[in-house]
Design a protein around this ligand. Sequence first.
Ligand code: ZN
Length: 593
Amino acid sequence: MKKILLQLSAVCLSAALCLPTCFAARTHEPIVQVGLAYGSGALTAANLQNSDGYGAGYRFGYFDQDLEFVELGYTDENLDKITMLRASELYFDGTQYSTEKPSGDYETIGCYHVVLDYFDDYEEACDLAQEYDGAFVAWIEDGYQVRQGVYETMGEAMEAMEELEGDDVSGTSAYAVNVVETGETQLLFQFDGGSSKSFGVMPDVTEEEDVHTWFKGYRYRGGFRYQRINGGDLTVVNIVDIETYIKGVVPYEMTNSWPLEALKAQAVCARSYAYNCIQDRSHVSSNFDICTTECCQVYRGVGAKVSNYQANERTDRAVEETAGMYALYNGEPIVAYYSSSHGGASERIDLVQNSSFAKYPYICGVIDPYEKNVAHINSYSSWTKAWTRDELTQRLRERGYAQNTRVESIELTYSQNGNVVQSRVIYENGKDQVFTPKMSWGTRSLFGLSSLHFTINGEGVKEDTAVTRPGSSATGIVVNERESLNLEETLYVISGTGKTSELDLEDTYIISGTGKVTVLEVEEEETVFESDTPVDTVVTITAEKFVLEGAGNGHQMGMSQFGAYAMAEEGFTYDEIVEFYYPGTRVKELDQK
Ligand SMILES: [Zn+2]
């Protein structure tokens, strides 16, 4: 192993053309902290590159408690690629920065430095740094230092200090970050704010209005934070105002060529959802609000310069024309769950996941007459899956179920909206096993399905025979081909013989199997969505082969994106679309509570 001598090129953090500006935060808007790299994906080395024509150079500093950028230093505009490094024993083999010592030639970055002097002013510190080979400006716990060199041992650093007549020798804490030009080893800046302040970068020193910066294959607006949580690798967080953030969500959650009103509905949902992530601090252990995957919602900033998978004028317009608009329930932005398609009806939240319906009363499930109108563009508008008894038995055995027995039949429980909210597998030995959508390996996993809207061997709730309920479009029904009943104004009970009797809508009734009607005494007024018996139909299928036919792709909650497309095509506006999928909400500005 051979240690390469450091190339002690002069540090030129030129003050020329430096036009520091404040972080362009519109202070009345929420700021979003988006996790780009974190947890096991945290980085030893994190690159940034200016996007040509969208800003040049970089400003260094940190984001304060209000997420305002506090500037501490800057580069000139000719520097377009920088790399933030975990400041610890770190090696560069000519292509890669790593904490593993390379087997071939390498240079060391980190370790010990000579402290030459202390400053309150960045530019004065820069002036001194330019006088020494290998010197750089560091910001250490509220003050500037000019430091020199990178030494693997304290002894080497002491020797250098005597030679240079320096003031001290110092390492860095477990929270420090170094900055180099990408592919180089000379430090441009060092930041050590201890555990309380983390290094921040705001790209651009030219006052460009629209700044785009490359990070891991996508371009982002806004600033970047590099935090060493518990002294580990760099957690990279993009810090942007919420409207800019939403511009980086809409084109990745919905195709950028879709109808404008659908894109606007998507913007309102994404904004409302993000607002709640900020309140809930859903990724608090990594110190950011929201991640970039389906876990929260997909965010790719301005994109990767791929025409159908990036922001465009249309998606930006959808965000701008709905700026500040949220779906509000009782004046608060809702947790606007949405997914690709439901196959005919969304579902009440507590039947799908372990959440309280009282907390999310607007995720109550709606029958969707629109989604099917765009079936021709939705590859999940219908699907079929088949299992023989033996195949299903085998699948269950692989999960530790169905030991020493076989599947005999399947019992499906349907909700009022025609979604399967429970599946019971009945075994030949008389035992059974219940699967619900709430289980981590539940109904959809059991059968390998993409939604909960399905039948088995044709036994189940078909859309056109779904139960009529308040809000549905049915207005009349014919009984025994002789009597037309108006369901909009009155409620009827129909006996087994077809005899009908009119009921008063003010009351609730108990109806026996023979059609006998008793008025139920109800103490509290019930609302439509708080039925205690949302379950409607139970069917049992016994067969050698189970053919599952269904529609939809998603978790069955909130807005259907294909439904939004269809509604937009029919002339509905974005607020009508949102208010349809989240009953009881109003699309409004937040301060118009
Ligand atoms: Zn997430």
